[in-house]
Write a protein that binds this ligand. Structure first.
Ligand code: NAG
Ligand code: NAG
Ligand code: NAG
Ligand code: CA
Length: 448
C-alpha cells in the first residue's frame, strides 16, 4: 500500500518525541543521586519521592519536558491538519495513518496515566502539584482534539470519495446521452435534405419490430431497396444501411441486369488517383458521379450483415466488355482488416480472377496485410486489394492505356483472366446488391 513518506516521517517523529519525552521523564526520576533507597525503589518498581527537594527538581524537569511535548504536539498537529486538508495524499494512506496515530496516542496515554498516577500519588502524599496535573490533562485534551480532527478529515475524505464516484457516474451517463444526440453537421445535412425533398429519418438500431413498422418510411438501405420502391433510373441516391450510423450517397445502377446495384468502384479514364493509403480506402475517395472508391466502411455496412451479389464489369481499349459475377460477397470489419470473407460461385465471361483473393485481408501501400513476408504487394503492384502473395487481379492498380511496359507488369488495373497482368484495362466497375434471399433472412434476424 503506498503511504506518504512525509506522513510516516511525521509519525516517527511524533512517536520519537513522545518516547524521548517520557524516557527523559523516567531518566530524571532514575538519575537521582544514587541513594540506597532509590536503588531499592527502582528494583521494587516504585519511585520514592518523599524527599521534597529532590521532587521539586524533578517537577521542574518534568514541567520542562511537558512544555516541550506540548509545543511539539501543537506544531505537529497544525502541520498534520494542513497536510490532510491539502487532500493530495492517498486516501488509504490517511486511513492507515489514523490507525497509527490512534495506536501512538494510546501508548502515550497509558504512559501518561502511569506518570500522572505517580504524580498524583506524590501529590496526595506531599504538596499537590495541580499545575502539572492540569497540563497533563490539557495535553490529553489536545491529543483528543487531534483525534477528532483526524476523524472528521477521514469522514470528509470518505464523503468526497462518494461524491467523486457520484460525479463520475453522472458524467458517464451524460456521455452516453451525448453520443445519442445528433451532431450539428448531421442536422444541417438533414435540413439540406429536407429542402431538397430527400430527407429520410435515420433508423435507430434499438427500434423494436413494431416501432419499425410504425416509423416507415426511413432511408432506403441500399439501391435495391430504392428500386423495390419503384425508382428505375440510375443516379446518385442517399442510402443508410441498417448498420450504418449515418446516411451517405451512392451511385445506383438501375438498368444493368434488373438494376438495384450499388456501385462500390468505378474507373474509366484515370482522372482519379487510386494509389492511396488506408485512411482513403477506409472512408472512400473520388467523385461518386465519376471515378471513385466507395470506402471499405460503407462496403462493410452494406455487406457485413447482408450477403450481396458481386458484379465486376470490365472493358479494354478496343471496346470489348466482359463481366464476372459472384453469387455471394461479404467483407469483414476494419478490426479484422476488411477481409474478403465471403466469395460465392463465379459466372460470367471475364474468367475468375478473384477466387485467389478469397479470405485475404485488404492491404494498402501503408497497411501491409498480405501473406508475402518479404514485401508489400500494395507497394510493389501500385494498388490496394485483398492481396495474397500477391494477385491475380488488381482493379485499383495504376492507370495505363493498354499494354504496360515490362517493369509495370502486375501494376496496372488488370484482370488476369481477361487481358492478363501485362494489360491495363480502360474501364472497371464493381457493383453489389443484396441477394434476393438475403433480405428476408436479414429482416428476421434484425426483428429478434
Ligand atoms: C521512601 O523513603 C523513606 C526514607 O527516605 C522510607 O522511609 C520510605 O519507606 C520509602 N518509601 C517507599 C515506598 O519506598
Ligand atoms: C457531497 O455532495 C453533497 C451534495 O451532493 C454535499 O452536501 C456534501 O457536502 C459533499 N461532501 C463533500 C465531502 O464534499
Ligand atoms: C475523365 O472523365 C471526367 C468525367 O467525364 C472528366 O471530367 C475528366 O476531365 C476526364 N479526365 C481525363 C484525364 O480524361
Ligand atoms: Ca507483406
Amino acid at each position: 500500500m503506498p503511504i506518504s513518506s512525509k506522513h510516516v516521517l511525521f509519525f516517527k517523529v511524533l512517536v520519537f518525541v513522545v518516547q524521548v519525552s517520557y524516557g527523559q521523564l523516567r531518566r530524571v526520576k532514575h538519575d537521582e543521586p544514587a541513594a540506597p533507597e532509590q536503588h531499592s525503589a527502582r528494583h521494587s518498581g516504585m519511585w520514592n519521592g518523599s524527599r521534597v527537594g529532590l521532587r521539586r527538581a524533578c517537577d521542574a524537569e518534568l514541567e520542562y519536558r511537558l512544555t516541550r511535548l506540548e509545543v511539539q504536539v501543537a506544531e505537529k498537529t497544525d502541520r498534520l491538519v494542513n497536510e490532510l486538508k491539502d487532500g493530495n495524499h492517498k486516501l488509504q494512506a490517511i486511513e492507515l495513518q489514523e490507525e497509527e496515530i490512534r495506536n501512538a496516542i494510546e501508548g502515550l496515554r497509558s504512559e501518561m496515566n502511569n506518570a500522572g498516577g505517580q504524580v498524583w500519588q506524590d501529590e496526595q502524599r506531599d504538596a499537590p502539584s495541580d499545575k502539572l496535573a492540569a497540563r497533563i490533562a490539557n495535553l490529553e485534551i489536545s491529543i483528543k482534539v487531534v483525534l477528532a480532527a483526524l476523524r472528521s478529515l477521514t469522514g470528509d475524505v470518505a464523503g468526497i470519495r462518494r461524491n467523486i464516484s457520484a460525479i463520475l457516474a453522472a458524467t458517464g451517463a451524460l456521455h452516453d446521452e451525448m453520443t445519442d444526440l445528433p451532431t450539428k453537421r448531421f442536422i444541417s445535412q438533414a435540413l439540406l435534405d429536407i429542402r431538397h425533398g430527400t430527407y429520410y429519418p435515420p433508423v435507430s438500431h434499438q427500434m423494436t419490430a413494431s416501432q419499425q413498422e410504425s416509423c416507415q418510411p426511413v432511408n432506403p438501405t441500399d439501391c435495391m431497396d430504392i428500386r423495390n420502391k419503384g425508382t428505375s433510373s440510375s443516379g446518385i441516391y442517399t442510402i443508410q444501411p441498417g448498420y450504418s450510423s449515418k446516411p451517405f450517397m451512392v451511385f445506383c445502377d438501375m438498368e444493368m441486369n434488373d438494376g438495384g446495384w450499388t456501385v462500390i468502384q468505378s474507373r474509366f479514364n484515370g482522372s482519379q488517383d487510386f494509389f492511396l493509403g488506408w485512411a482513403d480506402y477506409k472512408t472512400g475517395f473520388g467523385n461518386i458521379g465519376k471515378e471513385f472508391w466507395l470506402g471499405l466502411d460503407h462496403i462493410y455496412e452494406l455487406t457485413g450483415h447482408l450477403v450481396n451479389e458481386l458484379l465486376i464489369e470490365l472493358e479494354d481499349f478496343e471496346g470489348e466488355k466482359r463481366y464476372a459475377q459472384y453469387s455471394a460477397f461479404s467483407i469483414g470489419p476494419e478490426n479484422e482488416g476488411f477481409p474478403l470473407k465471403v466469395l460465392g460461385q463465379y459466372r460470367g465471361n471475364a474468367g475468375d480472377s478473384l477466387e485467389y483473393h478469397a479470405g485475404q485481408r485488404f492491404s494498402t501501400k501503408d497497411m501491409d496485410h498480405d501473406v508475402w513476408p518479404e514485401g508489400s504487394c500494395a507497394r510493389a503492384h501500385g494498388g490496394a486489394w485483398w492481396y495474397k502473395s500477391c494477385d491475380s487481379s488488381n482493379l485499383n492498380g495504376l492507370y495505363f492505356t493498354g499494354e504496360v511496359p515490362d517493369n509495370f507488369i502486375y501494376k496496372g488495373m488488370y484482370w488476369g483472366t481477361f487481358r492478363g497482368p501485362e494489360y491495363s484495362l480502360k474501364k472497371s466497375r464493381v457493383l453489389i446488391r443484396p441477394r434476393k434471399d438475403a433480405r428476408s433472412s436479414a429482416t428476421r434476424e434484425r426483428g429478434t
